[in-house]
Design a binder for this molecule. Structure first.
Ligand SMILES: [Zn+2]
Length: 302
């Protein structure tokens, strides 16, 4: 459903039904409730700090859900915008992983294939994976490489065959992040690189917002949805992402703040007050050297 004021498509809730009563990273059960998100609890693991929803889904339920929602929540509304997002992501990847433009690259969560196309033009031999059938059909028509429809755990690609794997804005949506990253690690060549982007739950403003959301749940519902959207199952940070990568057989090489796409491309979608808020936050992030989102580079252990 599209908001008549902002024109932004309702994010909705990713499917649920399976209760989570242990941390998806460390299996810890010492948990505390931090927030209600669309009727679900946002729990925090007292051992490792990961935050996650108390409910999730997996398999066919998740795949059919992503066949019905739009990438970037419908805010990107032209081919030019999708191409611009792909260039921003490709530039971000080169900024953290180096300027290499040859070899085999796999994008997990490749959606309709815009980044694959950009990286193919830049010289990479690209392959993709996505759970949404319609996206995969479009991506196959867009780039030369093979695009697998399904989950990474079931893909037909040979272990140890990729120089680099890209995973933009996928991690928070995964029902089983450790298992999926173990697959990522196995698909990489030894010393191969993983570049991912995700929310940074250690953003300095998170505690301020959590307090405000609990105090004024109705007035701040739209802002809360921006920060804790119903499609996310887990929230890692630059402080605990190294533990996740380690569990999966990789080493954290670098993390850095990444300006959210909403602040770069979609500001015009918001009403004036939220637009000003977004720009003020971006300025504050500039001063603090922080961001709600982070870019992460990891390498597979040799
Ligand atoms: Zn934990």
């Amino acid at each position: 459903m599209t908001d008549p004021v902002t024109g932004v498509r309702d994010r909705g809730l990713a499917p649920g039904g399976i209760r989570r009563d242990a941390c998806p990273l460390c299996s810890g059960t010492d948990l505390r409730l931090r927030l209600q998100v669309g009727g679900r609890g946002l729990l925090e693991c007292n051992a490792c700090g990961v935050r996650f929803t108390d409910e999730y889904a997996e398999g066919a339920d998740v795949a059919s859900y992503y066949g019905t929602v739009q990438a970037h929540h419908g805010k990107a509304d032209s081919e030019d915008q999708f191409a611009a997002i792909a260039r921003i992501q490709a530039d971000a990847m080169e900024s953290i992983a180096g300027p290499r433009r040859h070899g085999r690259l796999l994008e997990i969560g490749c959606s309709r294939g815009h980044l694959l196309t950009e990286l193919e033009v830049r010289g990479w031999d690209v392959n993709g994976i996505d759970v949404a059938a319609t996206s995969v059909t479009e991506a196959r028509g867009r780039c030369r490489g093979e695009v697998w429809h399904g989950e990474p755990e079931d893909c037909p690609f040979e272990p140890g065959s990729f120089d680099r794997i890209a995973m933009f804005d996928v991690l928070a949506h995964l029902p089983h992040p450790v298992r999926t990253l173990q697959t990522v690690s196995s698909l990489l060549k030894p010393r191969g690189q993983l570049v991912l982007s995700t929310v940074d739950e250690a953003w300095p403003l998170v505690p301020v917002f959590l307090k405000a959301f609990r105090a004024l749940p109705n007035r701040l519902a739209a802002v809360q949805d921006e920060m804790y959207e119903g499609q996310h199952y887990c929230y890692f940070s630059h402080r605990n992402i190294g533990q996740l990568l380690g569990e999966a057989g990789m080493e954290l090489a670098a993390t850095r703040p990444l300006t959210p796409l909403s602040a770069q491309l979609f500001v015009h979608h918001y009403p004036v007050r939220r637009r000003l808020g977004l720009l003020a936050m971006r300025r504050l992030d500039g001063l603090l050297g922080s961001s709600r989102k982070m870019l992460v580079l990891a390498t597979r252990r040799a």
